[in-house]
Write a protein that binds this ligand. Sequence first.
Ligand code: CA
Length: 229
Amino acid sequence: MLIMMIEDEAALREVVEYNLSREGFQVAAFENANDALIAVEDCPPDLILLDLMLPGLQGLQFLDILRQRDQRTPVIIISARTSEEDVIRALERGADDYLPKPFSLKLLETKVKVALRRLSGEQAPGSSRFSSGGVSLDLDSHRAVCGDSELQLTQKEFDLLALFVRKPGKVFTRNQLLNVIWGYETDVNSRTVDVHMAMLRKKLADRGRYIKTLPKIGYLWEAGPAGAK
Ligand code: CA
């Protein structure tokens, strides 16, 4: 597994690189996002650790370019910017997770493993295609199609949609969604769920209406099985 780290603070870069290598990961560390952008093309990583305040290209700009290129590599933000606004902005722009500095190496390792495990879980045996309400998902190719157009989803949005489309009519509480999708990440709360659900609903456009909100409880996908409108 190749992990790309973009961090301009040399000491932090070194300690993270050392620790992740010891855990058996291959680490490609960069001190600026411009170089990293070229490397992403040449040698696509399995996961990216991204600092926000960088010399040259900023973390969020890097993220924008990555997502515009349709690269869905999981991105974990590591930043000293810790306001709710910063976290939400990064998630909305396509980050999968957010780790405020300073952080424990143990927590970083856990988050990295959870994100990678989620990736491999999507290639589980059995049927990999699901559809409901005109929305189709292929877990193998990681594609989501809504009507005639392909959806551009972040990792988390895709995971959420997969959960709903596979179980139409099932109510998921915010806590269940937190547990299933975010695992044991500790810096997330029900607001995180709401932000992702709102983005998902927006991206689904017309079919966003299938996502029903149950106030104070959670969400459900209210559409029939394959072929239903
Ligand atoms: Ca920095």
